[in-house]
Design a protein around this ligand. Structure first.
Ligand SMILES: [Zn+2]
Length: 301
């Protein structure tokens, strides 16, 4: 590609079309590594020079490098392509759009792993998609989590607690239970943990058959908060927020108006000098919360 801005522009177009949508078909010529699972949601698209990274919510990241004359095209499903299909190196199809890469020099995938999610770091928890999964065991693993500083957001994706919760479900479960994503597990009562595990099992099981996830049928698109940042919450009318979580910088969507259980700043000790300095206005609290969060995990979107 002669224009050095071509790939960032393509990445922006791909983001608009694909982010938050489930993958209905995936193909990559000479793919090195595992393919994303069918139905995996496109969660992030990053661009570095001639390299593009597509992050799927099942933990698969695809890294594609373009040849000098390579390019990404975006078509509506059913629209005629400008080049022959046999020349496509990568094809990612969602319900509405098809992203096609012609002239990729490589397509590699890897799994985003951190030590918590790595199977060798501990015995993995029950698969909550199975009807015979021991949910009490999941509750117990969460109650006795080995890191007392961990947030509920981290624990929900930890395969040692339970298996089957990807990032879309994580956000949707916390909204359904009214729990703040940065609530520390140790601050949540057992009834809340039980509610979270039961909601997780019912959401995951209700979506086993279909690639398009629906956890909030009353909301257009079927999801309450995921990829709905800037929109109004269907429960309280507040605006849905977006932040990044953990070392993997995965996006977390939540409503600060009604997901207040375990919210860190509501329970601050007023004798704490930092707490006394804080502006009590809700927008200031949100800003401060983002500020602290960003210090832990620099924005990756
Ligand atoms: Zn709300």
């Amino acid at each position: 590609m002669s224009d050095k801005n071509a790939l960032p522009h393509a990445a922006a177009a791909l983001r608009t079309a694909l982010l938050g949508h489930a993958t209905e078909a995936f193909f990559a010529q000479r793919l090195m590594g595992p393919a994303p699972t069918q139905g995996a949601v496109v969660e992030n698209i990053l661009c570095y020079g001639q390299h593009l990274e597509i992050v799927f919510d099942d933990g698969i990241v695809m890294h594609a490098q373009l040849r000098r004359k390579g390019s990404w095209h975006l078509y509506r499903v059913g629209e005629k392509w400008h080049k022959r299909r046999s020349r496509a190196d990568i094809v990612i199809e969602t319900g509405e759009w098809v992203a096609v890469c012609f002239g990729a020099s490589s397509a590699e995938t890897y799994r985003q792993l951190d030590q918590h999610r790595h199977p060798r770091a501990g015995r993995s928890g029950p698969d909550i998609g199975r009807t015979d999964a021991d949910l009490q065991e999941c509750v117990s693993r969460m109650m006795h989590y080995d890191n007392p500083d961990a947030t509920i957001s981290e624990a929900l994706l930890d395969q040692r607690v339970m298996r089957g919760v990807g990032n879309v479900f994580r956000c949707e479960i916390l909204w359904a239970c009214g729990v703040h994503p940065w609530a520390r597990i140790t601050e949540l009562p057992q009834s809340s943990i039980l509610d979270i595990v039961l909601t997780a099992a019912s959401q995951v099981r209700a979506n086993l058959e279909s690639p398009a996830r629906v956890t909030a049928p009353h909301v257009a698109g079927g999801l309450a908060v995921y990829a709905r940042n800037g929109h109004k919450c269907s429960r309280c009318g507040d605006i849905i927020a977006l932040a990044n979580s953990g070392e993997e910088k995965r996006p977390v969507y939540w409503c600060s108006g009604c997901q207040i259980a375990g919210e860190p700043f509501r329970e601050l000790d007023q004798s704490d000098p930092v707490a006394r300095l804080m502006d009590p206005h809700p927008a200031a609290v949100l800003f401060m919360s983002d500020f602290f969060r960003n210090r832990e995990a620099p924005a990756g979107l």
